[in-house]
Design a protein around this ligand. Structure first.
Ligand code: ATP
Ligand code: MG
Length: 465
């Protein structure tokens, strides 16, 4: 279905607002992106009047769905043709130092624009018939869009102190729009960073994932690091800075390397799980870093240390189990394909990796490809060519014996019957022996062969008579 041009909706919604006698404006990201000529998504409206009532009427007349209202905040939203429409009542906010939640009262459009985070987001466009398309721009947002500048409308310290999440939003918009942050705004981000400690983890994590979701996540991440914000929201990541490493596979400092890996992953895949994993895959390095004569810096077992760290990190960030399992698994395995480079790759080494990666083998290979970074483009090219060879070997082995869906062809209940065993650890051990024999290539991955092998070894496990 072709998506309707957004101005068609604006005219229709403006007409409904006229009938209801409400002044209505499109605001925020929609107006900004329209001026920038970017694709627009959700549309936010400010109503000088009862926004939830107008939203309900609009949803009814235009056959929208998924209507949600938050009376307490004077906001409501619905969906139409896959697009989200948000309505808020124009309001003024007063923050008190002792409370995180502002005092809110219904107010004018001007007051509403004053409470917004950045000048480029504090633009409004009228949608009522009279004056349709007029832009209200009290803080020179259009000038800042031209200059590609993120700047707060009011005093930046105050703005960030009132709602410290705005510090992360500044970094996010700089990345999303590829804008600079004005020097006094940047200084205030660093100055007010401690205030982020009062923001809920859910809001912080959501913003971090938004930063990761843009085409070049390193822009926002670098800003978080340079302002000292990363140290507060994600210290393990901040501490990768200054940890130097060998320059043949990777960039010098683990933080710089990590940013490059995230950008590389983002260039190949939209998957947020993969991007998050790229961000955390080397977190184990500082703990195991050692200088070895003749080798330089080494990081033995950093993938296992990193995997373990992710339990606590995912819990603290309140990430889902899906994030936890996926990032742990790929972190644990991320050295394996690289280790296959250069040696004579045996079928058995490839099979083991295929079995361990299971359905995530493509994602693992994408991560590993992204992980090849170096200041030296010649080296990157060489390593990528070697890596392609590993990928090809994996495909060959996979086609040959369909290892990915691997499971012992002999089931636990058969093992118990043949060996005369009760359920218990011995059954698992026997199953493992069979699987190992298949992975080593001692026997083929077939039922009859596995059964014959079981008969061969069963005496070692049978219970005493
Ligand atoms: P996106 O393109 O990501 O949707 P957006 O500018 O629409 O960008 P939203 O988070 O959807 O961003 O918020 C809509 C508008 O609400 C913003 O443009 C801004 O004017 C205002 N806003 C949102 N969050 C805040 C905040 N924490 N402090 C001040 N203003 C905010
Ligand atoms: Mg928006």
């Amino acid at each position: 279905m072709k998506r309707k041009d957004s101005t068609t909706y604006l005219h229709k919604i403006g007409a409904i607002a006229d009938r209801e006698g409400v002044d209505l404006y499109a605001v925020g990201g929609y107006v900004r992106d329209m001026i920038l000529g970017r694709k627009t998504g959700e549309i936010d409206f400010v109503a000088v009047g009862d926004a939830p009532a107008l939203a309900l009427e609009t949803c009814r007349r235009l056959n929208g769905h998924g209507f949600v209202v938050y009376e307490k905040f004077g906001t409501a939203s619905f969906l139409l043709d896959g697009r989200q429409f948000e309505f808020v009542t124009a309001r003024a906010e007063t923050y008190h130092v002792d409370s995180r939640n502002p005092e809110v009262r219904q107010s004018s459009l001007d007051d509403d624009l004053r409470r917004r985070d950045f000048t480029v987001n504090a633009l409004a466009m009228k949608v009522n018939r009279k004056g349709f398309g007029d832009i209200f721009d009290p803080f020179n947002g259009r000038r800042d869009i031209k200059r590609r500048l993120i700047r707060t409308p009011l005093d930046p310290e105050r703005t960030f102190s009132d709602d410290p999440l705005r510090i992360m939003r500044a970094a996010r918009f700089a990345g999303q729009l590829n804008f600079h942050i004005a020097p006094e705004t940047l200084a205030a981000m660093a100055g007010e960073k401690e205030r982020l400690k009062i923001v809920s983890q859910e809001r912080i994590t959501a913003e971090l994932l938004k930063i990761l979701s843009h085409p070049k996540p390193s822009i926002g991440l670098r800003i978080l690091q340079d302002t000292g914000v990363m140290e507060i929201i994600f210290p393990e990541l901040a501490h990768l800075s200054g940890v130097e490493q060998r320059d043949d596979y990777h960039h010098k400092d683990v933080f710089a390397h990590t940013l490059k890996v995230v950008d590389n992953a983002a260039a190949i895949s939209d998957d947020i799980l993969l991007r998050f994993t790229a961000l955390v895959h080397d977190l184990g390095k500082p703990a195991v870093k050692r200088f070895e004569e003749g080798l330089g810096w080494t990081f033995h077992s950093h993938e296992l240390v990193g995997e373990r760290m992710l339990n606590g990190i995912c819990r603290r960030l309140k990430l889902s189990n899906e994030f936890k399992h996926y990032s742990k698994k790929l972190t644990r395995l991320h050295m394996r394909p690289i280790q296959l480079i250069g040696e004579e790759v045996t079928d058995s080494a490839v099979r083991r990796l295929l079995v361990q990666a299971g359905d995530d083998v493509e994602a693992l290979m994408t991560l590993c490809r992204a992980d090849i970074t170096s200041g030296n483009p010649g080296r990157v090219k060489k390593h990528l060519a070697n890596f392609d060879h590993v990928v090809q070997r994996m495909q060959e082995v996979e086609e040959k014996d369909k290892m990915r869906a691997f499971q012992s062809p002999v089931r636990g209940d058969e093992i118990m019957r043949i060996c005369g065993l009760e359920p218990g650890p011995a059954v698992g051990r026997i199953k493992n022996r069979i699987e190992e024999a298949i992975l080593d290539g001692t026997i083929p991955n077939e039922y009859d062969a596995a059964m014959a092998y079981l008969h061969e070894i069963k005496d070692q496990y049978s219970p005493p008579h």
